[in-house]
Design a protein around this ligand. Structure first.
Ligand code: PLP
Length: 399
């Protein structure tokens, strides 16, 4: 582990499984497709059970998962990490582990909609109150901190407007008051951003996105200090949101190409963001690496590239955006991001009922009904550009 902490991120991502001293061993981590493990004696069984060994019962962990967690920890410069059955399992288990009735949270307003709903409804029902703030202004977070505040929660880049929160500035607020800072870094991946190095206590990922990278596994991760991760692990045992062996193996396979995927996706996303920005039917493009982004300075300070997601507003309305999406032939309409294939969606269609897709809902959320979110994959750039042109022509015909 110590030697590997000095390796570059793509070397860590590629590194295969080394399990010790046998003359030969598999180059890749094997899948131990088993729910439980046979043990030589009852005494050993008891000892390993109490030690939470990863060869006792697969809800407590299993060797394929241990290897995946170790890789995520190394990628995030963390002492330890845990892998979950989804990003939401990682987020909710972590929050359940750290919060108690009477605690208070200050969270960024613009976070993944289901994380918002968890904090706003479920956590509140368990006696944990959350205040939401525009975290791009750290003073807005500071204003909401109370004596009962335990934890600050941010997500950067944010979904779907790609706002960037200054992690170091929020970490300074947390540090001064002995609060925990949690960062959902899904949109960046560990290849582009490492919040723990900027002062955060825990970093969260929907591993369904960049970590796995092939849109074929749901998983999540949390990484941080050993003591905090140990507490979260005890809650994970109880809530049971663990990843099964086969899915953990697919995650390990996916992670090996993290660097090449993320570099290519970020380069293509920047090209397409610039292309869209130059089109007369596009009112606005949101992408943190564009010179026109209000967040470009912070983004360049804490990230290594802009990531694969951009969003844009077409000249027109929801029907224009729908016409744009329907004309595409290369890019499928689907929700997710960070995978090798480009995906496109209208965020407002997913977060509001059809009757709520109007001006009021847009004003409240800041998300226009005709905002389009594009996750850029590794297809040939010319084909993606041609597809977007096809969409723009359909949108122009519709307007
Ligand atoms: N966090 C962010 C930023 C996300 O975009 C998502 C999913 O889209 C999640 C968390 C939840 O992850 P999962 O779908 O793997 O549960």
């Amino acid at each position: 582990m110590t030697e590997r902490t000095n390796w570059g991120k793509q070397t860590i991502a590629v590194a295969t499984y080394h399990d010790g001293k046998q003359a030969t061993r598999p180059l890749t981590i094997p899948v131990l497709q088993t729910a439980t493990f046979q043990v030589e004696s009852s005494e050993v069984h008891g000892r390993l059970f109490r030690a939470r060994d990863d060869r006792i019962y697969s809800r407590f962990g299993h060797p394929t998962l241990t290897a995946a967690a170790e890789k995520v920890a190394l990628l995030e410069s963390a002492e330890a990490a845990l892998i979950f059955s989804s990003g939401m399992a990682a987020i909710t288990t972590t929050l359940f582990a750290l919060l108690r009735p009477g605690d208070h949270v200050v969270s960024q307003r613009e976070i993944f909609s289901q994380t918002f709903t968890f904090l706003d409804r479920l956590a509140r029902a368990y006696g944990v109150e959350t205040d939401f703030a525009d975290a791009t202004e750290p003073a807005e977070i500071e204003r909401r901190i109370r004596p009962e505040t335990r934890l600050l929660y941010i997500e950067t880049p944010s979904n779907p407007l790609l706002k960037i929160v200054d992690i170091e500035a929020v970490a300074a607020l947390a540090g001064a008051r002995d609060l925990l800072l949690l960062v959902d870094s899904t949109f960046a991946s560990p290849y582009l951003q490492n919040p723990l190095e900027l002062g955060a206590h825990l970093v969260l990922h929907s591993g369904t996105k960049f970590l796995n990278g092939h849109s074929d596994v749901l998983c999540g991760a949390v990484a941080g200090g050993r003591e905090l991760i140990g507490r979260i692990q005890e809650t994970q045992f109880l809530l049971g949101g663990i990843l099964d062996p086969h899915a953990a193996w697919l995650l390990m396979r996916g992670m090996r190409t993290l660097g090449v995927r993320v570099r290519q996706q970020s380069a293509q996303a920047l090209e397409l963001a610039r292309f869209l920005e130059s089109q007369p039917q596009v009112r606005r493009v949101h992408y943190p690496w564009l010179d026109s982004s209000p967040y470009v300075e912070v983004a360049r300070r804490q990230m290594r590239a802009g990531g694969d997601v951009l969003s844009f507003e077409l000249d027109g309305d929801l029907a224009t955006a729908r016409a744009f999406l329907s004309a595409l032939r290369v890019i499928p309409i689907a929700t997710s991001l960070g995978g090798v294939e480009s995906l496109i969606e209208i965020p407002a269609e997913l977060d509001f009922g059809e009757e709520d897709l109007g001006e009021e809902a847009a004003k409240e959320s800041g998300i226009a009904p005709h905002l389009v979110r594009l996750s850029v994959g590794i297809e040939d750039l010319d084909d993606l550009k041609a597809d977007l042109r096809r969409g723009l022509e359909a949108a122009a015909r519709h307007a």
